[in-house]
Design a protein around this ligand. Structure first.
Ligand SMILES: Nc1ncnc2c1ncn2[C@@H]1O[C@H](COP(=O)(O)OP(=O)(O)OP(=O)(O)O)[C@@H](O)[C@H]1O
Length: 246
């Protein structure tokens, strides 16, 4: 279970936003894709989930690219977007049933996991609710439950912390940890650097569409020349060239 991004050049037009991005997320690893607003985190994720096509380079999950076998690639991948995307005309229960169908999951097993997660995220009595009745945080929790019932090989989580309360944030991180232990590879983009420092095993520091540095916190500290520097110190220190991302 490995997600490999190799020499990715890409973006929204002929002028690339991403310039030669390479990193790996291996089984049992939570990798933080770190960067300020506009650094290129969502663009990288949009390439991984197949919304954008690379201009150069390759993205593979277990050596399979989207073009080699789209069904196999997508079946290995679960994605949690920054902005929850739900179907207005479907209830919470129908969203879960749709996910079960789309991923071809064993219904009994998926509902066993779903019921546990619905309990954790305090949604158990809301199965017949429509998205219009949910708060933003509740919509995000629906996306979390839909993503995690898939028991995917690779999870891609885009900026999860902004809409969640502290309890839900803790519950999500506990869930991420148990999926890591199960052997999933997890990529999480965030600009909440203190939380990333605490939970991620490995970091990819993005700035202006390029990788400024990558490694474990210890490796980044060594590279930065300060054995007690925080991730924030390192990121800001490495990107202080007077230019913003935007
Ligand atoms: N749909 C789009 N069309 C054209 N350019 C875009 C589009 N979305 C993003 N960009 C540009 O791509 C660059 C990287 O943006 P991206 O959304 O990947 O950053 P990010 O690191 O995810 O930022 P944030 O933390 O604000 O979500 C920015 O310069 C942005 O202006």
């Amino acid at each position: 279970m490995t997600l490999k991004v190799q020499g990715l050049v890409g973006g929204y037009s002929k002028i690339p936003v991403l310039k030669d991005i390479s990193f790996e997320v291996n089984s049992g690893q939570l990798v933080g894709l770190i960067g300020l607003n506009g650094a290129g985190k969502s663009t990288t994720i949009n390439h991984i989930i197949g919304l954008l096509e690379p201009q150069k380079g390759a993205i593979k999950i277990d050596d399979i690219g989207l073009k080699d076998d789209a069904k196999a690639y997508k079946g290995k991948l679960a994605y949690m977007p920054e902005m929850p995307v739900l179907y207005q005309e479907l209830t919470l229960k129908e969203h879960l049933e749709l996910t079960i169908m789309a991923y071809g999951l064993d219904s009994n097993k998926a509902w066993r996991i779903a019921n546990k997660l619905l309990g954790i995220f305090r949604l158990a009595n809301k199965l017949d609710w429509f998205p219009a009745n949910f708060s933003k945080g509740m919509r995000q929790k629906v996306m979390i439950v839909c993503a995690f019932i898939t028991r995917a090989d690779v999870y891609v989580i885009d900026e999860p912390f902004l809409g969640l309360d502290p309890l839900a944030t803790r519950d999500l991180l506990t869930l991420v940890d148990s999926e890591k232990k199960r052997g999933s590879a997890i990529l999480m983009s965030t600009h909440v650097l203190s939380t990333a420092q605490e939970y991620c095993d490995y970091f990819v520091l993005l700035h202006q569409g390029r990788i400024k540095a990558k490694g474990s916190l210890q490796e980044l500290r060594t590279l930065y020349g300060n054995d007690s520097a925080s991730l924030t110190d390192i990121y800001l220190g490495m990107t202080q060239d007077g230019k913003s991302n935007e």
